[in-house]
Design a binder for this molecule. Structure first.
Ligand code: BES
Ligand code: MN
Ligand code: ZN
Length: 503
């Protein structure tokens, strides 16, 4: 997808296949809509008396208006003006993109980013517009026998019509939004690929490919022997239950200039740790069959790390970021973990495996210990960790766990800005007793109550050497049902967090 900035003053003379203009539900026309209405002798106000009310996300296509060069004028409802915010702007851009896809056109122009929106800059609005268009044009056809070319969106170019004074800020936002779109699309495709294709080896190759594409990313992929030499007995115990060999992926991004915040305080890199279970059968504590196919999405944390690195490198952000991905399958062969088994983690702490389906924490704990060597300024792990988090927060918010208030606040803020929200959950020490084991330093499950919290408590025992936060994305990383597919979350949150750090 190509994005550009247009600063033409005569909106009605812009030659384009589709021109988006915004209308508020109170009957207020955006400045662009007003220009088009006057140029066309009131064509917009005429339909507002009848079929178009400006309610949020509604659209109406007007064709071949007299006095207007655009082939189509797409009226986009913005909802009530008093309620208008960044999210509604993003949704309006998405609605417009959908109309363009349905109309099978290849290029379009939007004036929606020129509409003032509380708490946003021209850069924010352009970033949201590009990210929204990129999301709406995402298409998966990697595993169809004959991909249907007609099912592919034809839309290739979107240009934003903004005031001349906003053109530099808009260019920057478009660049950020396009990079974010690439990162989100990459994460979505990795998530959507089936477990027999997207194996630990495949994720390792994908990371290496990123390293070849971008000089700013150095990639190392460790195999079972090397993982064993590190003493990652917990991670290895999960991988042993499968014929697919495990991988431990290390990505190291270095921007040209150090991040300002990092330079000031001379602290280490941000480390992102992504859960990379390429299929989670549950192991011996096997899952029910009904929606087990969705456990191919259990590597979405890993995918979000890879997607974020792609966006980072494309933008050439200043600063240093490390990505760590422990990846394997959770399957059931003769060497698989059994309930009651005790394993030794890289930290030296032992773990009694009471449920083999609580495998995410078993692979993450060793990655968290490995993270210590980078003397990180902060570590964020991202994992489809618990069904309990889906029960608690559904598909709206990711669960955020951290004892560090400042870190938690900056992650919540980034999520809000990016339209990829998280909700802070508790992490009190009082929950830790649920992890008590009679045979090891801890058990890998804490019983039914507060399942998402005890999972985070387990991880916290391996993350004491640095500022740490945990994102449980079990409810937000993919959608089930008729729209089954990966969402690419929380790449927008993570990239925004890193953007804010470097600003
Ligand atoms: N990958 C799952 C978590 C999950 C389940 C995400 C359903 C989305 C939907 C994880 O490995 C898991 O199985 N967790 C168990 C933990 C339990 C055994 C303590 C769970 O949530 O049931
Ligand atoms: Mn599991
Ligand atoms: Zn899992």
């Amino acid at each position: 997808m190509e994005f550009s900035t247009n600063t033409s003053v005569s909106i009605h003379q812009v030659k384009t296949a589709a021109l988006a203009v915004g209308i508020f539900a109170d009957g207020v026309l955006s400045p662009a809509a007003d220009v088009i209405d006057r140029a066309s002798n009131g064509a917009i106000r005429a339909v507002m008396k009848t079929e178009f009310t400006g309610s949020a996300n509604s659209t109406l296509v007007l064709r071949n208006l007299d006095g207007v060069a655009a082939q189509r004028v797409v009226l986009v409802g913005l909802g009530k003006q008093a309620d208008y915010n960044a999210r509604m702007h993003a949704n309006a851009e998405k609605a417009f993109t959908s109309v363009c896809i349905t109309a099978r056109i290849t290029e379009a122009t939007s004036t929606l980013a020129a509409i003032a929106c509380p708490g946003t800059t021209a850069t924010d609005r352009a970033r949201d517009a590009a990210a929204a268009a990129s999301e709406a044009t995402y298409h998966y056809d990697a595993t169809f026998g004959k991909p249907n070319p007609d099912a592919r969106p034809k839309l290739k170019k979107i240009s934003l019509l903004v005031a001349r004074s906003d053109s530099t800020a808009t260019d920057l936002g478009l660049k950020q939004g396009a990079a974010l779109g690439e990162g989100v699309s990459m994460a979505r495709t990795l998530g959507n690929l089936p477990g027999n294709i997207c194996t630990p080896t495949y994720l390792g190759e994908t990371a290496k490919k990123l390293g070849r594409e971008f000089k700013s990313i150095k990639v190392t992929v460790l195999d079972a022997k090397q993982i064993s030499a590190l003493g990652m007995g917990s991670f290895l115990s999960v991988s042993k239950g499968s014929d697919q060999p495990p991988r431990f992926i290390v990505l190291h991004y270095k921007g040209k200039a150090p991040a300002k915040a990092a330079a000031k305080t001379a602290t280490g890199p941000v480390v992102l740790v992504g859960k990379g279970i390429t299929f989670d059968s549950g192991g011996v504590s096997i899952k029910p069959a009904a929606t087990m196919d969705e456990m191919k999405f259990d590597m979405c944390g890993a995918a979000s790390v890879l997607g974020t690195f792609r966006a980072l490198a494309e933008l050439g952000l200043p600063g240093e970021v490390v990505g760590l991905i422990p990846t394997c399958e959770n399957l059931i062969n003769g060497s698989a973990n059994k309930p009651g088994d005790v394993v030794k983690s890289m930290s030296g702490q032992t773990i009694e495996i009471l449920n083999t389906d609580a495998e995410g924490r078993l692979i993450l704990c060793d990655a968290l210990t490995y993270a210590e060597r980078f003397k990180p300024s902060a570590v964020i792990d991202i994992a489809t960790l618990t069904g309990a988090c889906v029960v608690a927060l559904g598909g709206v918010n990711s669960g955020l766990f951290s004892k560090d208030d400042a870190l938690a606040e900056s992650i919540l803020k980034a999520g809000k800005q990016a339209g990829d929200p998280a909700w802070r959950m508790p992490l009190d020490d009082e929950y830790q007793v649920q992890l008590k084991s009679n045979f090891a330093d801890m058990a890998n499950i804490g019983g039914q109550p507060a399942g998402a919290v005890t999972a985070a408590c387990f991880l916290s025992r391996f993350a004491k050497a640095y500022r740490w936060a945990h994102l449980d994305i079990a409810g937000t990383a993919w959608k089930g049902g008729a729209v089954k597919g990966s969402t690419g979350r929380p790449v927008p949150l993570l990239l925004q967090f890193l953007l804010n750090q470097s600003a």
